[in-house]
Design a protein around this ligand. Sequence first.
Ligand SMILES: Cc1cc2nc3c(=O)[nH]c(=O)nc-3n(C[C@H](O)[C@H](O)[C@H](O)COP(=O)(O)OP(=O)(O)OC[C@H]3O[C@@H](n4cnc5c(N)ncnc54)[C@H](O)[C@@H]3O)c2cc1C
Length: 479
Amino acid sequence: MTAANTTALAITELRAALGADALLTDVAQLNVYECDGFTIPRAAPDAVAFPRDTPQVSQAVRILLKHKIPMIPRGAGTGLAGGTAAVSGGVVICTSRMKTIHAVDLRNRWALVDAGVANLALSDKIKGSGLHFAPDPSSQRASTIGGNAATNAGGIHTLKHGVTVHHILGLEVVLEDGSVHVLGGPMGHAAGPDFAGLFCGSEGTLGIVTRVWCRLVRRPAAFRTALAVFDDSQDACHTVGDIIAAGIVPAALEMMDGTMIRVVEEAFGFGFPAAAQALLLLEIDGIEAGLNEDLTEIQRIAKAHNARSFEGGSDARRRAELWSARKKAFGAIGRISPNYCTQDACVPRGRLPEVIARIAEICVSHKLRITNVFHAGDGNVHPVLMYDEADVAQTRSVLAASGEILRYCVGIGGTVSGEHGVGIEKMPYMRDMFSPDDLEAMHRIRRALVPLDLLNPYKVLPRDGVEIDLLSPRRHVPQ
Ligand SMILES: Cc1cc2nc3c(=O)[nH]c(=O)nc-3n(C[C@H](O)[C@H](O)[C@H](O)COP(=O)(O)OP(=O)(O)OC[C@H]3O[C@@H](n4cnc5c(N)ncnc54)[C@H](O)[C@@H]3O)c2cc1C
């Protein structure tokens, strides 16, 4: 039987198992699923399946296993590393119909949700209880909790409250053979190896997350939000290091460069000074006692580094306005560039001043425009490289500059990802971070769980002898 006939047979069986309305096969519809959020690599799947619950996911996986067809898990498709591109063809298994919040236990502070529940939907559901689900990626209105677990998403408040893995008590997963497993649970990791931890950040390469036990934590009782404006981004970077060195751990400590300030200001009119070269937006939270003292100290540090203005306070409206400015920043870039690539790497926080300067140099050498909006407190840089995808040479420059930036960050002791994951875009640079022995150990773990290599193949872990051109990824992997 030809590959096309095998796929057609599998699609017929999937339709019978999941229902006629649970499958997309039309080419125009499939093109919507060729990539995730703002990523360069594109590869449309042969079909998209929308199971409604865990038994349907398991059924779909068993059918695809029988026909040896690759399966690509997908949540809301907001990923920023190309993790959902179907580079070896196959069927996307999308969790967007799995949206049930099954249980909320406020006394024991957990919730059990389907993988397709949007991050913010959980906190909205328990509004007024004093508790919330803490991971807050800027995509939280759309991105799914399953996707957050799969990418180990961070967010604005990661600095103090941790990334997704710190807020996952357990996962239900479907493996390549269709078997269903519970890793951890409402009591969290109990004994033996932390297998839920292993699945967090595995980006769909080990199994499909179907349900998640989420830790619920108390919303902070009090907060202070501050905005410090600088004429020089180097001064802002030094301020970040000195705040942490003073023993203060803000809940969030974000930075925008001059270009981003002007773009956000033009789009939304938040009142940011158009001539500024950098701003720091930060929040301290906890119990009321001590917050004013910490705010005073932060102001002193910012002024010592030449902040031209500093505002701080506890006004809830101003707080909402400032964080909305930060969360809308990426969307506003569309006003000045048809396309952009958001890179993501972590560097030692103390080296931020030289990192920002070096990233700018790299982009200038590739003749690319760049702006920065990032989680400065975590040392998690997000250079935004602007380009026009109709210009192939410019798109290639973005890929080359991104590679140079990632290698530089790893070279000074950083990582290839702060929060967006590796996907396919950053896969080659895993070799810069890990030794061949490290990577082989990771491959061995995957081979044990995914012996037929059908779950999101050619993602995260580079393979010897396989170099994938991100502009035509399907041409470079066995189909
Ligand atoms: C405007 C914008 C802002 C963003 N801000 C942040 C931020 O602040 N912090 C941050 O960390 N990220 C951020 N992101 C990136 C993205 O939102 C996160 O990576 C998010 O966790 C992806 O969730 P998703 O449901 O969209 O997953 P998708 O994009 O659908 O998938 C991402 C990866 O996870 C896998 N996957 C998805 N669901 C499952 C599942 N159920 N089981 C197994 N594997 C699965 C996919 O195969 C893929 O490899 C942002 C993206 C955008 C567009």
